[in-house]
Design a protein around this ligand. Structure first.
Ligand SMILES: Nc1nc2c(c(=O)[nH]1)N[C@H]1C(S)=C(S)[C@@H](COP(=O)(O)O)O[C@H]1N2
Ligand SMILES: [Mo]
Length: 326
């Protein structure tokens, strides 16, 4: 493991993060439409939009150009106590090692990465395996927006609105066999389009992650196609990524090409590199320090404020039952 590169600790936000104040949240969107954006209205309108109603693809290099954005926000995941991180911070502060280990370089290196068309394979121990284009996959499910906390193992955090659908809907469609106990996710491996792969030659590419099947079925897990009411920018994992908000960020794997049902715990990139630091389960837990730093607090990437880290990243009511503590 001579060329193992340990991810850097969180760093001061990069000097070139320029506030552009471009993000208009859904409430503003509703206001623009002439509604007095209330929770009641959000609840009433939720569930109306469906990707299948979308107009034909527009031919842009946006994987979900045929999908209507923004999707209705799910009132269940719209906690008014959560203040959204302004869009430009997450967009310029990325972990995507296939491109760069320097967070503010990732978004500058994704131009050559082609994310449309994009094929996703659902395979392994299931009755209904399928190989589908990302657009067609998205068209099969109603999309919704959810505001989630996001906590990286490096102790930085943000609050962002994802667009997507629960992974559970796709799993139901695939019909896993009773022998399937885990779900493995795999990212594209394209050294010609991803300059970081060649630089980290010792890494076990492609990036892979996994969940227990019961974790994967939890309602919180999203297949995300968008963020801030728009299709995912490439640096966030276009066209489709997984979002697992109660686990450290490395579980939220980007730009997936394969979802595979397997019988035994799959190997993941980070656990293979450093199992004590990046174990498979990796639930956010302020009481368990990383071997090299505390996990008791986290740094918000926009304000720089340091705030307490919550068990399960604040999602205990939804997931603690998975771990026999419900
Ligand atoms: N394929 C792939 N997925 C990945 C990573 C990566 O390097 N490659 N980094 C992970 C880590 S460590 C984090 S914190 C999040 C960052 O997501 P963001 O850049 O969209 O905020 O992506 C995760 N998914
Ligand atoms: Mo991370």
């Amino acid at each position: 493991m001579a060329n193992l590169i340990i991810p850097p600790r969180w760093r001061i936000p990069e000097h070139d993060v320029t506030p552009e104040a471009v993000f208009r949240n859904r409430r503003q969107f509703l206001r623009d439409l002439g509604f007095a954006g209330t929770g009641l209205l959000a609840a009433a309108s939720f569930g109306l939009a469906h990707a299948a109603d979308a107009p034909a693809a527009t031919g842009t290099n946006s994987p979900a150009a045929g999908v209507k954005y923004p999707a209705p926000r799910n009132p269940k995941f719209n906690d008014p106590a959560l203040k959204l991180t302004p869009e430009e911070y997450p967009a310029h502060y990325n972990n995507f090692y296939e491109f760069s280990t320097t967070k503010d370089r990732v978004y500058r290196l994704v131009d050559k990465f082609t994310t449309d068309p994009w094929t996703v394979e659902i395979t392994g121990l299931c009755e209904k395996p399928m190989t589908v284009d990302a657009r067609e996959l998205l068209a099969q499910f109603p999309l919704e927006e959810r505001v989630y906390r996001f906590r990286c193992v490096e102790a930085w955090a943000m609050i962002v609105p994802w667009t997507g659908f629960p992974l559970a809907r796709l799993i139901e469609k695939a019909q896993p066999k009773s022998s399937a106990k885990f779900v493995k996710f795999v990212t594209a491996k394209r050294p010609d389009q991803m300059p970081g792969i060649e630089r980290l030659r010792g890494y076990p590419w492609p990036y892979a992650e996994g969940l227990r099947l019961d974790e994967a079925m939890n309602d919180l897990v999203l297949v995300a196609s968008g963020i801030y009411g728009k299709p995912l920018p490439k640096q966030h994992g276009a066209p489709l990524r997984i979002v697992v908000p109660w686990k450290y960020g490395y579980k939220s794997i980007k730009s997936i090409v394969r979802i595979e049902f397997v019988a035994t715990q799959p190997e993941t990139l980070w656990e293979t590199l450093s199992p004590e630091e990046y174990p498979f389960e990796s639930n956010v837990n302020p009481a368990v320090p990383h071997p090299r730093w505390s996990q008791a607090t986290e740094r918000l990437i926009d304000t720089g404020d340091r705030v307490p880290t919550l068990p399960y990243n604040g999602y205990g009511e939804f997931v603690s039952k998975l771990y026999g503590k419900g």
